[in-house]
Design a binder for this molecule. Structure first.
Ligand code: NAP
Ligand code: F7E
Length: 325
């Protein structure tokens, strides 16, 4: 039985990846940072019905000693580094913390793997945010990076450290440059979930307005379930490498919003207001990924279309909120 260790196991991707690996017969271990809300921290794992199947270990990405202890205890075959301060907007409010967790945290994981489990395969959660002020209209593995936030700068450091550890120490370290991916388990602060939650509230009469920021930004949005499969495929290759994971279609926030309102037969124009508080100091206007390398080498392609994703998210938020009513 293969053993996997996942950092960020309580997040959106950590939950879906745990589910996928359990289905494949893995023993799944997760790093859990201490929280004052221990009773709700595993909500996503519970939502998927797998909380009791994932073995949780107390540790923190900023504490190398804890990572060394956990890796020594678990002796993983595969390590997925998904833990991060992942909200771009917060990275301007907490730039140093973002660097400590998202950048140095990845370096800590690479060091812990190099010292305690050098034969393990390593996955780094890189991000399309690294392209930032895009240098090519369609972004691939060869497109130059131009980070536009403390988050993106931190991810870029972690990305290059992953490549460096592969080249310097021969670690089987791969990095997935994942474009935005969403699901009913997406954090409520991200725009897609904020929209589907807002639409459900308006439909149920709990609210009348939805305040958003830049409606013109466009993103290449996929489903998290499809994207965790790409992570796993990367670690099944004999040679480590870097891959773009995307759908190849980009739509504006406004379009996502319109689709969500259409799911419940409402007109977004009557409910959406623009609030400057949700604008960013520097914006990433457009992202559009070219997943052809992942398709060619991993045999990966997305199965869930944007319209299906929006439907699923709106339906899940309606169900959640009806229970609270
Ligand atoms: P998420 O839902 O925000 O989850 C982040 C996870 O990191 C949570 O489990 C969080 O734990 C954990 N974490 C934060 N600080 C930590 C620390 N100091 N020590 C240990 N764990 C810590 O993110 P996601 O959407 O699943 O994304 C997974 C990864 O992919 C992240 O690295 C993200 O930056 C990256 N990524 C995401 C996307 C996307 O569109 N979703 C695209 C590209 C890359 P708590 O539950 O305790 O907060
Ligand atoms: O913003 C615009 C906002 O916060 C998307 C993370 O998973 O994907 C995510 O980062 C767009 C931006 O995600 C609101 O200005 C408008 O242009 O959902 P988001 P993100 O910043 O793209 C990447 C790939 C990651 O790696 C990150 O970890 O939507 N927008 N109005 C808004 N965004 C938010 N959050 N809230 C609004 O009200």
């Amino acid at each position: 039985m293969k053993r996997a260790l996942i950092t960020g196991v309580t997040g959106q991707d950590g939950a879906y990846l745990s589910q996928l690996l359990l289905e494949k017969g893995y023993e799944v271990h997760g790093l859990l940072r201490r929280s004052a809300s221990a009773d709700v921290i595993d909500a996503r794992l519970r939502w998927l019905g797998i909380a009791s199947d994932v073995r949780l270990h107390d540790g923190n990405l900023t504490d190398l000693s804890s990572l060394l202890r956990v890796i020594t205890e678990v002796r993983p075959d595969e390590v997925y580094n998904l833990g991060a301060q992942s909200f771009v907007k917060s990275s301007w409010h907490q730039p140093i913390l973002t660097g400590q967790v998202t950048a140095i945290g990845a370096a800590n994981m690479l060091e812990a793997v190099r010292l305690a489990a050098p034969g393990a395969r390593f996955y780094q959660a890189s991000s399309s945010e690294m392209y930032g002020l895009i240098q090519e209209p369609v972004q691939s593995e060869t497109t130059p990076f131009y980070p536009r936030s403390p988050y993106a700068a931190a991810k870029l450091y972690a990305h290059w450290m992953t490549i460096n550890y592969r080249e310097s120490f021969g670690l089987h370290a791969s990095s997935g440059i994942l474009f935005n991916h969403e699901s009913p388990l997406r954090g409520i602060e991200f725009v897609t979930r904020k929209i589907t939650d807002g639409v459900a509230r308006i439909k149920l009469g709990l609210s009348d307005k939805l305040a958003l920021g830049n409606l013109d930004a466009t993103r290449d949005w996929g489903h998290a379930k499809d994207y965790v499969r790409a992570m796993w495929l990367m670690l099944q290759q004999s040679t480590p490498d870097d891959y773009v994971v995307a759908t190849g279609r980009t739509v504006a926030v406004r379009t996502f919003c319109r689709l969500a309102f259409e799911c419940v037969d409402l007109d977004m124009e009557k409910h959406v207001v623009v609030d400057e508080r949700f604008l960013r100091p520097a914006e990433v206007d457009v992202l559009l990924g070219d997943p052809s390398k992942a398709k060619r080498q991993l045999g990966w392609e997305p199965h869930i279309a944007l319209e299906q994703l929006v439907d699923e998210m709106v339906a899940a938020d309606l169900t959640r909120l009806k229970k609270l009513k």
